[in-house]
Design a protein around this ligand. Sequence first.
Ligand SMILES: *[C@@H]1O[C@H](CO)[C@@H](O)[C@H](O)[C@H]1NC(C)=O
Ligand SMILES: *[C@@H]1O[C@H](CO)[C@@H](O)[C@H](O)[C@H]1NC(C)=O
Ligand SMILES: *[C@@H]1O[C@H](CO)[C@@H](O)[C@H](O)[C@H]1NC(C)=O
Ligand SMILES: *[C@@H]1O[C@H](CO)[C@@H](O)[C@H](O)[C@H]1NC(C)=O
Length: 384
Amino acid sequence: MRMNLLHASLLLSVVSLAIAEATADFECPPTVSLAFTEAHHYDDVDYDPNTGSSINGSFWTDSNTMETLHLLMLQTGRSDFDGLADNSFLGRNALIPFTDWTTFTGPFIDDAGWAVLALWAMAEYKSTRHQENVDDFLAAAATVYDLIASNWDDTCGGGVWWTVDHTYKNAITNELFLTLSAQGYLRFKNDTYLENAKKAWAWIESSGMHNSQGLYNDGLVFGTCVNNGETTWTYNQGVILSGLGALYAATSNETLIHEAEITIDATILNLTSNGVLKESCDDVKPEGTPCDSDQQIFKGIWLKHLQYFLTFVRSKHPELVDKYKDFITSQSEAVSRVATDPHLDIGSVWYGVNEGGSIFSVQSLASGIMAHVANAEYGTCLDN
Ligand SMILES: *[C@@H]1O[C@H](CO)[C@@H](O)[C@H](O)[C@H]1NC(C)=O
Ligand SMILES: *[C@@H]1O[C@H](CO)[C@@H](O)[C@H](O)[C@H]1NC(C)=O
Ligand SMILES: *[C@@H]1O[C@H](CO)[C@@H](O)[C@H](O)[C@H]1NC(C)=O
Ligand SMILES: *[C@@H]1O[C@H](CO)[C@@H](O)[C@H](O)[C@H]1NC(C)=O
């Protein structure tokens, strides 16, 4: 018997969170169509149904892609990729009883965080379609979450470590812990998650990683615990937003909205060129050090977590959707007009016409899809 009372209650609560609801109010047929065209291109060309993984991908970027395809189906009410959750590498491991989730995600605690987000998105999809075995996905997510939480200690006053060998405390791992904890509370109403969310935010706020420009640097120097001044990657400015938005939804603390706006506005001011997101390693020309395969997905993650932020705050702050919708649309248009090739592949450089520096990979494709998904939910709809 898989369905016991605990699982039944989890099932009910997963329906109540709604990272996305298929409501018509924000939906725009042309932008929805573009998002699905590119998502189908990924599914047709880059996804290997035999392995449940991308052909040239990696575990953590695949987790992000699975999350995004399910988010797109949830927000539109469509079922184009029905069955993908169970077929995916994460899903098939959730469905077998002997997977050891405490080692499954490997040494990287941030990779574990992306896996939880993917498992929750797939669980939410399956739950809204009244499919079986939702509880298996939630149980896997709960185990992986506990693994992340167990890597918190008092070094540098708190925070979870980046890897299990405990040598680096950084922004992304802790931003993920914040968003998982706050979203976990909204899903399950379990106070442990809310306490962890408050603890994670208090530590991030006092850690010194948030610099005077309003951007988050990569992490802290081992030993001295000061801001290491390393790259302000776009995804470090993104995941914090969904964490602040979910914690705001749980606490109604307006300061969290203010903190999020500072970082969104600083990103738009500092991490763009021609009004379009530009990773520091992005270059239209093949010069300098190119973005690696991880860095090629960061801009899309920024947009996905801005989308989550707006979803968590829009009922009390509808003006924020108006404030940012044009910027979201500009990103999707740049992806479509500048970064997409005739085969529908999407390159890593969005801010200008490719002169050989744009890299075409499954990560850059997934990044572009995230821009289209955010635009489909919150962008301006010119053709409608
Ligand atoms: C995967 O990478 C190999 C080697 O670069 C390439 O030949 C192949 O076309 C790629 N496949 C896909 C689907 O991207
Ligand atoms: C709440 O979450 C914590 C951490 O994952 C877990 O140990 C505990 O069993 C949960 N409590 C309930 C009532 O589900
Ligand atoms: C609201 O959040 C701010 C920023 O983290 C914090 O300083 C303040 O104590 C919070 N207010 C309440 C009532 O918890
Ligand atoms: C960010 O923008 C501010 C204001 O325009 C500028 O002073 C600062 O140098 C910029 N920083 C970066 C890293 O671009």
